[in-house]
Design a protein around this ligand. Structure first.
Ligand code: GUN
Length: 278
């Protein structure tokens, strides 16, 4: 049976390290505050935003929340972002996605100062990642690299297949694995022979957004499998993009859902917030 990659434990370890770092930075007079903006009442977003605020409190940084109604105008959101960009008491700005359909997400992301973009979504930060310069990195992919490293899984020289090409996960994930010297393939829903492509992977990272899509047939024996998906199955239980029970029999290591990638996203957001203090 596969080694379980315990995201809950590893994210706790990271948050505890950050808590210590924040305490010593505070002794040197440095503080940090994260502004968290939510537009509307999407139930999943409410849970994520709540968890982000709790994590700030745990590691000892301030958080200021802005809860805006669903019908908020784009200009009003952009004006708030401008104000926060100028506010020296705010080091990080996070706008929870998705936004209501009348607001252009790209415009909002581009309005955030790249120096305060703790989500790592601004084109300037994505560009810096692409050319190997320092900058904020998208939290879920950064968390996956930490999961692998802290589980003793070597990345350099391995065949890594990333299934999914979103701006938030798939693309930055591929760039990060390349930075770690993996040989990287990006596959997606239109890839021909997806099974054959996935079966080449020593490390398979799945962010395709389809419940239990990846079955044993997609897995090379001994592969490491990272599942970014989170869904509810027919019995209302949480499940991922990977059919866990059958894939775990073949894989050498696998992330569970829940308790795998999910908690790492918040730990890496906290890491980005602490970087703003340095
Ligand atoms: N919505 C889903 N994931 C994320 C994330 O990592 N950051 C933000 N801002 N919104 C999200």
């Amino acid at each position: 049976m596969a080694q379980l990659i315990d995201g809950k434990r590893i994210s706790q370890e990271i948050k505890d390290e950050l808590k210590e770092k924040v305490a010593s930075l505070k002794e040197r007079g440095k503080t940090a505050a994260l502004a968290v903006i939510q537009v509307g009442n999407d139930p999943a977003s409410c849970v994520y935003v709540g968890n982000k605020k709790k994590a700030c409190e745990y590691i000892g940084i301030g958080s200021v929340s802005y809860e805006m109604p669903e019908e908020t105008k784009e200009e009003a959101l952009l004006a708030l972002i401008d104000k926060l960009n100028e506010d020296t008491a705010v080091n990080g700005i996070l706008v929870q996605l998705p936004l209501p359909s009348h607001i252009c997400e790209d415009k909002v992301i581009e309005a955030i100062s790249p120096q305060k973009d703790v989500d790592g979504f601004h084109p300037q930060n994505v560009g810096r990642l692409a050319i190997g310069k320092k900058g904020f990195v998208s939290c879920t992919p950064a968390g996956i690299v930490q999961l692998l490293k802290r589980s003793g899984i070597e990345i350099a020289g391995k065949n890594c297949v990333v299934v999914g090409r979103s701006n938030i996960v798939g693309k930055p994930m591929a760039l990060l694995m390349l930075r770690e010297n993996a040989t990287v393939t990006i596959a997606h829903s239109k890839t021909r022979n997806l099974k054959d492509t996935c079966r080449q992977a020593d490390i398979l990272i799945v962010a395709i957004g389809k419940p239990q899509f990846i079955t044993a047939e997609y897995i090379k024996e001994g592969a490491v499998v990272i599942d970014v998906g989170i869904h509810r199955d027919g019995a209302n239980r949480l499940c991922g993009d990977v059919k866990y029970d059958e894939v775990a029999k073949l894989a050498s290591a696998i992330t569970p859902v829940p308790g795998g990638v999910g908690p790492m996203t918040i730990a890496m957001l906290m890491n980005n917030c602490v970087e703003t203090m340095l």
